[in-house]
Design a protein around this ligand. Structure first.
Ligand SMILES: [Zn+2]
Length: 142
């Protein structure tokens, strides 16, 4: 009984370290609970590797119309149905104009992680400087 209880304890500790509690329990039952306990206490905590967070600009983009997150390669927004190819063609035509820069800046704000919503006018001016710089560096390609 002691052996069994100790094995369960090992399993619980193992589970708390991100390992399979049941496997540790079995190991403890069939091997030695004491050794298993020492082992499971000694091993470092199993790290839960967080999936890398994609920045808004790498894989997904915000729809310029409805601001929902869509795939960069999408041709039509699956939320609002905006024809993105036509939209991009239009943007390309106007690219560099004051209006385009303003529109693109607004979109860029929404693409930030977290999105910038309704920034303070001073902050907005700063952000715009940063945006224009990135634009000049060719970091903003679409
Ligand atoms: Zn949309």
């Amino acid at each position: 009984m002691f052996w069994f209880g100790f094995s369960i304890l090992c399993g619980v500790i193992g589970a708390s370290k991100g390992r399979s509690g049941f496997l540790v329990f079995l190991a403890a039952i069939f091997l030695t609970p004491f050794l298993t306990l020492i082992y499971i206490l000694a091993v470092p905590k199993h790290k839960n590797v967080d999936p890398p967070i994609d920045s808004a600009s790498s894989v997904d983009i915000a729809c310029p119309k409805c601001a929902e997150t869509i795939k960069r390669a999408a041709k039509v927004c699956r939320f609002c149905g905006l024809d993105l190819e036509a939209y991009r063609a239009e943007q390309e035509k106007n690219r560099g104009s004051e209006e385009w820069i303003e529109q693109r800046f607004e979109r860029w704000l929404r693409e930030q992680n977290p999105p910038v919503v309704d920034p303070h006018p001073d902050g907005r001016a700063e952000l715009k400087k940063g945006f224009l710089w990135r634009l000049k560096q060719g970091e903003i390609v679409d």
